[in-house]
Design a protein around this ligand. Structure first.
Ligand code: ADP
Ligand code: MG
Length: 755
């Protein structure tokens, strides 16, 4: 399609921003709006607020201070004036002239030198005057004006987009194809597509600005609903398709129940019982299970999974448990072995991880292939090493945030066998409604209850200087026969700031960033990854060099403050044996203090450990802090989480630390995490194979997500395989929905299978 203003060079720039078609451009909505019809008066401005104003340029000057050049302009309305300052902005010199009208957007600050207010580094736009053409004036002033994120420097900034989008909209007046049935739209009281696009870009006079800014106008709601509807419809179809695939119908008999009872070391909680019932009911179905088991740290997911695995084994099938790290795989291996010792059947358990020596790997592969190993525990090596199971019945993926892997289980079974059931366990406490809507192709079970007898963990924040007191405290706890973890953000040295990265070894394609390229994670929403906090925005170069590392502190602590205690070091770069030994000795109580990196973040379970010290706590993300804290408080004794912080803590860091001290509720923390990082980072959408949205925002638009899910189910029910009742819309409309679905999924999700 020919678009005025878009030649080959511009098209290239746009493509770099993911804008390939005219439609992509139309769905690039303004990120804010300025009311240039009723502009604010300068005397209404209050220090602290973020405001947009229109005023006349009075004067401009480039000031050379000792530290940097400052560019300053003064703007006014009548007798009122406002000063604006930009740092290092030599490039602005000559851009402003007295008498011009300028629109400014920024935070209003009190000015020290005078009673006037000022703005530091505001966004600005020079407004057209009588010498500009009528169209420019029409789009820029005297209306609610859209402001866009630039699609390429100043050339493709707001002004350019307004024009191009205006022409696109004019060009398709009355001809834009609708992709949702009219009946649905009128039932939901949503406007048509063309009207919605037009009004989201060029809001009609009188549209309340607050509605625009919060994307709550009917136009916005329609476009957001549309996007979420096609997401949900696609997920719904995937789920239906899964139900049609051939799986294994496991049987549950008294014999199976007895096999479970034999090994259960305690009474399951009501939540565990409920979850297991849901899982087993799936397993009995003749189609493959795809279920997510979600529960906060310590809620007891592992035992639920093991019970499901026993069901599969009792049916004569092999099962596999896949953990994200070798440490965790090893721990599961040891725990499963201990648990199943009580089983009268004594299933054979095999461990397979990437860094086992070739001999052990070969042996494990053979046992798995010949069906001699009934329970296989491993890392991604299970997929990478091309292990072919003899009779695979159930795969459990622990702490798995990367769902792309789901597709690859097919590799693990022999070609002519039915698909295994899959259970994914996650400790990311996603609010239930979000989980249900998002993982539309997974069913969800939630453990919302902790096993009895846990004492709340005491969480304290301590400044760096008082570390001495922390070590004394650790000594006192050890004297009481307890154990402690001390966690650092990096493995060694400050040269390269190596965050712990155990996954990467096993799975080079995991999509997890290497520390050397932190900038890739800066999404279009301007959020920075917290997976390796401090790697980009939060750390100033000065702060980095002062970073304590696990290796260095292990030496220091064992020689100094913790001398005489049995201290060990654990991080992802040790080889598998070393990790296993350290973990095993800590588990047996042969080590008092484990100095570690975040390798111990997930899953590690040593109930006798009562102290978790996290150094540089301000640098960790909230999910990580919560996971780390979850390593203690697993026994009956009182446990402590001590957050040691440096002097420079960002406001966001403060918020995280305060939240940690305030609450232990994973869901509450998840809400804050979600708010801080934005949905893209929070869900790790790229890893999860979920889309980056064009207009929707999962935090802001939860209600619409719910609505979209309901509507998608309704649509799929009514228009599925020939069922005539409740049909909505005409045949042509339905055909357009399906066509659009295919298109949306191909474009956004790269999957063709949705249709
Ligand atoms: P999660 O993986 O969900 O973080 P785990 O499965 O590691 O939690 O369980 C945490 C701890 O609680 C383990 O020590 C486990 O043995 C114990 N546990 C699990 N379920 C129960 C229960 N019903 N009663 C008592 N202890 C339990
Ligand atoms: Mg676990």
């Amino acid at each position: 399609m020919y678009v005025r203003g878009v030649g080959p060079r511009v098209a290239e720039l746009l493509a770099a921003k993911g804008i390939q078609t005219a439609e992509d451009l139309l769905y690039h909505l303004p990120f804010r709006y300025e009311d240039r019809q009723n502009p604010r008066s300068l005397d209404e401005l209050k220090p602290g607020e973020t405001a947009s104003v229109i005023a006349e340029v009075r004067g401009a000057a480039l000031l050379r201070t000792r530290r940097m050049p400052l560019f300053e302009i003064t703007v006014g309305q009548g007798r009122l004036a406002l000063k604006c300052i930009w740092f290092n902005a030599t490039y602005l010199n000559g851009k402003f002239h007295a008498g011009q009208t300028v629109a400014l957007y920024g935070k209003v600050e009190p000015s020290r030198s005078s009673s006037n207010l000022k703005m530091i580094q505001p966004q600005f736009e020079l407004l057209p005057d009588a010498s500009d053409d009528a169209e420019t004036r029409l789009l820029e002033v005297g209306r609610i004006t859209p402001v866009y994120e630039s699609l390429g420097g100043s050339r493709l900034a707001s002004r350019w987009q307004r024009k191009v989008i205006f022409h696109l909209l004019e060009g398709m007046r009355g001809a834009a194809p609708e992709c949702l049935p009219r009946e649905m739209l009128s039932r939901l009281e949503l406007p048509g597509r063309e009207q919605a696009l037009r009004e989201a870009h060029f809001p009609p006079e009188g549209t309340p600005l607050v509605h625009l800014q919060s994307a709550a106008t009917p136009a916005h709601r329609r476009l957001i609903f549309e996007e979420l509807f096609f997401l949900e419809l696609g997920l719904e179809l995937k789920r239906r398709k899964m139900r049609r695939r051939v799986g294994i119908a496991f049987a549950t008999s008294d014999k199976v129940r007895e096999a479970i009872r034999e090994v259960l070391p305690f009474h399951p909680t009501a939540a565990q019982k409920r979850a297991l019932a849901e899982i087993v009911s799936d397993m009995r179905q003749p189609h493959p299970m795809r279920r997510l088991l979600q529960g906060d740290v310590g809620s007891g997911k592992t035992i639920v999974a093991l019970q499901a695995m026993i069901v599969a084994m009792e049916n004569g099938y092999q099962t596999a448990l896949m953990a994200p790290t070798e440490i965790l795989a090893t721990q599961h291996f040891l725990a499963a072995r201990k648990l199943l010792e009580r089983s009268s059947r004594k299933p054979r358990i095999a461990l397979l991880t990437g860094s086992l020596d070739d001999d052990r790997k070969r042996r494990a592969r053979g046992q798995i292939n010949r069906g001699e190993a009934q329970l296989v525990i491993g890392t991604h090596a299970l997929i990478e090493e091309k292990v072919e199971f003899d009779r695979l019945g159930l795969v459990v993926v622990d702490e798995q945030h990367r769902f792309g892997v789901l597709q690859r289980f097919k590799l693990m079974k022999k070609p002519n066998q039915p698909e295994p059931d899959v259970l994914v366990m996650t400790a990311t406490p996603i609010p239930r409604t979000l989980a249900l809507s998002l993982y539309g192709d997974l069913d969800v079970s939630i453990l919302d209850e902790l096993p009895p007898g846990r004492t709340p963990i005491v969480t304290r924040r301590v400044a760096d200087e008082r570390a001495g007191e922390v070590w004394d405290f650790v000594r006192r706890e050890v004297a009481k026969k307890r154990q402690a973890y001390i966690v650092y953000p990096v493995i060694e040295g400050s040269k390269e700031d190596q965050p712990e990265l155990d996954f990467s070894r096993d799975d080079p394609e995991s999509g997890i960033e290497k520390p050397s390229q932190p900038s890739k994670r800066r999404g279009s929403r301007g959020k920075t990854a917290e997976l390796f906090p401090g790697s980009a925005q939060e750390a100033s170069p000065g702060a980095k060099s002062g970073l304590k590392s696990a290796t260095e502190m292990y030496e220091k602590l064992s020689a100094g403050p913790l001398a005489g205690l049995r201290v060990a070091l654990l991080h992802g770069r040790l080889d598998a044996d070393e990790k296993e030994i350290a973990m095993r000795r800590f588990q047996r109580g042969e080590i008092d203090v484990l100095v570690a990196t975040t390798v111990i973040e997930v899953g590690v379970d040593v109930p006798n450990a009562t102290v978790m010290v996290i150094e540089h706590a301000e640098r960790f993300g909230l999910a990580q802090l919560h996971q780390l804290r979850g390593r203690v408080g697993r026994g009956a004794a009182r446990s402590y989480c001590i957050l040691v912080t440096g002097e420079r803590v960002t406001p966001q860091g403060e918020e995280r630390l305060n939240a940690m001290v305030r609450t232990q509720d994973g869901f509450e923390l998840a809400e804050l995490d979600l708010a801080q990082r934005g949905p893209g980072e929070f869900f790790g959408t790229r890893q999860a194979g979920l889309p980056d949205f064009r207009v929707a925002n999962l935090v802001r638009d939860r209600q619409l997500l719910e609505l979209a899910k309901v509507e998608a189910e309704r649509f799929a029910n009514a228009n599925g395989t020939g069922a005539g009742n409740g049909r909505e819309g005409t045949d042509a409309e339905r055909a357009r929905v399906w066509a659009r679905l295919k298109e949306a999924w191909q474009r956004r999700y790269g999957l063709v299978e949705a249709g």
